[in-house]
Design a binder for this molecule. Structure first.
Ligand code: AMP
Length: 369
């Protein structure tokens, strides 16, 4: 993720992918032009990096020149194209290939055609590294297109946002949602996730989603989802992934304006973790951390039996079911430690002590994110 002026941008097209695309275009154009010595005309400022890489890869003699046009102001393409530096040499009878970094509305291209109308070139071909088909409003033929991209604002590889970003060797895309803080509160049943989440959601203005609570709410209201979940929950087993993932997606969608989420009891399997990453990605966001409360098994059993005296939860009342839930946790869920460790996002926190002490330990991790 990068920040330019006031906006955040996320990686979109890698350096390697760009270079492969440039090579592809070079090969196609060199094949078509055979022994013709073309004049490549770059459109400044945006195309300088593309033109430089392109001609370095071009296998035969060629000439290079530039014209300088300006159309962008901030994030919007303006109607008014300014010709800042026009053609400075006679191109009569020459084969000209325009090298554009990006074609979106096509206004710049219209200006290019105006410039070349009376130049008597032998042939005028248009080559663009990026092309936004959804934004293109003109009929000019595009002879060579490197890559079609969606109609999103991008920076890097010559393209800028108010002057910044041209120097980046890869392409980044504007993030459309504000910055969010999302973390997974992790730990075995009885570790205190629910209790801690209540404090943390207030402190950091986050939305707390506990999949167990949502299931229990559905069971209480005798919904179809509740009836389905109940058969698994009563035995201390996990509800099937697809049911849980669909439910979680719906809960996140209900809170479209959230500043971030505390996920409690989710994900519990690799499939759920992958689904969560995908969901966050769609929101232009990500999971920042998995914060795990670490508590010894016997302490958990005692805590849950104690809670069962007042919680009314069937799965807290029976020691065998409690032990089965803890077993399920280590069998299916603890592998998620590896999933988040691999992304450098795992934080273990000692879950034994007073509620306040544990909140403080968790806050220290969140503040460091
Ligand atoms: P909890 O309140 O987190 O201890 O969850 C209670 C029960 O709800 C679990 O034992 C599961 O049966 C079910 N459950 C909660 N979250 C999930 C999940 N992410 N995947 C599958 N089952 C879940």
């Amino acid at each position: 993720m990068i920040k330019l002026h006031d906006l955040h941008f996320k990686p979109f097209i890698s350096e390697d992918e760009i270079q492969a695309t440039v090579q592809h275009m070079v090969t196609a154009i060199a094949d078509d032009l055979q022994d013709e010595v073309p004049v490549f005309v770059g459109i400044l400022n945006g195309s300088f990096m593309f033109v430089s890489d392109f001609v370095k890869k071009y296998p035969k003699p060629c000439e290079v020149t530039f014209i300088k046009l300006a159309s962008y102001e901030g994030l919007k393409s303006t109607d008014d194209i300014q010709r800042l530096v026009g053609l400075t040499q006679d191109l009569t009878g020459r084969t000209v290939v325009i090298l554009e970094d990006i074609i979106d509305s096509g206004k710049t291209l219209a200006e290019v055609h105006r410039i070349f109308k009376n130049e008597n070139v032998k042939e005028l071909k248009i080559a663009t590294l990026f092309y936004k088909p959804e934004a293109y409003k003109k009929d000019f033929k595009l002879h060579y297109v490197g890559m079609e991209i969606p109609n999103k604002f991008i920076v890097g590889y010559g393209l800028d946002y108010d002057g910044l970003g041209r120097d980046l060797p890869a392409i980044y895309q504007l993030k459309t949602t504000q910055h969010m803080t999302n973390f997974v509160l992790f730990g075995p049943p009885g570790a205190g996730k629910g209790t801690q989440a209540e404090f943390l959601k207030e402190k950091y203005s986050l939305v707390h989603i506990s999949t167990g609570d949502v299931f229990r709410f559905n069971i209480k209201n005798e919904t179809a989802l509740g009836m389905l979940a109940k058969s698994y929950m009563d035995k201390g087993e996990l509800v099937p992934d697809q049911v849980t993932i669909d439910m979680l997606n719906a809960e996140v969608e209900k809170n479209a304006d959230a500043k971030g989420f505390i996920f409690d009891g989710f994900p519990r399997t690799n499939a759920q973790a992958e689904a969560l990453d995908k969901l966050m990605d769609q929101k232009d966001s990500q999971i920042n951390a998995m914060i795990a409360l670490e508590v010894d098994d016997e302490v958990l059993v005692q805590r849950l039996l104690e809670r069962g005296k007042t919680s009314g939860r069937a799965d807290d009342a029976d020691e065998n079911i409690i032990r089965n839930r803890i077993k399920e946790y280590y069998k299916k869920t603890a592998i998620l430690k590896d999933y988040y460790s691999a992304q450098d996002k795992y934080y273990g926190v000692d879950g034994v002590g007073s509620i306040e002490d544990i909140t403080e330990r968790l806050s220290a991790v969140i503040d460091s994110l």
